[in-house]
Design a protein around this ligand. Structure first.
Ligand code: TYD
Length: 209
């Protein structure tokens, strides 16, 4: 049985990530692949418990280092319990956020530095990486408008941080695309949803069996 592929979908708030996650899963399923959808923080019972700790409560609940450690701990459990077993079964794993969110949010925007957060991932998860990381990108005014139009979000601890924080998140994702161009691809998220899905599919084309 051939090993599956591991794809992460990333982006700031309000870039249409959930819609595209479902559409990409359907497109890959249509090609005969078994696809599982998962998310971070979360994706395994232990990591979902950590998710509540991270997203609920007020802004001062965790200091930046504690926050980064919790994300890293959740990710370690998610890989061990969900991602790696599925890949071994030959399934494709599509995750809503992964390591690059920590690099962009906690590393770049949170001020810990991308390298420090990558070190946590080396310790927690032996630097386990996706085969491909797709970063949806929209210009900021469009993304802000979309995020504000959604129900119940971004009311969580992190989504509600100021625009300057979210601008730094975007810069962090762009830095990762520059540093690791073979793994991390920036995808234009503007235009009709079907067009964006086609761009995503193209960006994983070389991984298809
Ligand atoms: P979620 O409700 O899943 O948001 P979204 O729809 O934007 O994906 O909440 C996840 C929040 O956690 C989101 O604001 C991004 C943030 N986050 C980090 O700060 N670091 C991380 O490593 C991950 C995975 C998420």
């Amino acid at each position: 049985m051939a090993r599956g592929r591991f794809i992460s979908l990333e982006g700031g708030e309000g870039v249409g990530k959930s819609t595209q996650l479902d559409a990409l899963a359907e497109a890959l399923g249509g090609r005969g692949l078994t696809v599982i959808l998962t998310r971070e923080p979360g994706g395994s019972p232990g990591a979902e418990a950590i998710r509540k700790l991270l997203l609920e409560g007020d802004e001062t609940r965790w200091n930046p280092r504690a926050e980064a450690l919790l994300f890293a701990a959740a990710r370690s459990d998610h890989i061990a319990k969900t991602i790696e077993p599925a890949l071994r079964r030959g399934e494709w794993v599509l995750t809503d956020r992964f390591l690059d969110s920590s690099l962009a949010y906690q590393g770049e925007a949170g001020g810990l530095g991308i390298e420090a957060v990558r070190d946590l991932h080396r310790f927690g998860s032996q630097d386990y990486l996706p085969d491909r990381t797709l970063v949806l990108q929209l210009d900021e005014s469009e993304a802000g408008a979309r995020a504000r139009n959604r129900d119940g979000h971004p009311g969580d601890r992190i989504g509600s941080r100021p625009p300057s924080y979210h601008a730094a998140v975007d810069a962090g994702f762009r830095t990762m695309a520059t540093r690791e161009p073979a793994r991390v691809k920036l995808i234009d998220a503007s235009g009709p949803a079907a067009t964006v899905t086609a761009r995503l599919l193209y960006a994983v084309g070389d991984l298809l069996p």
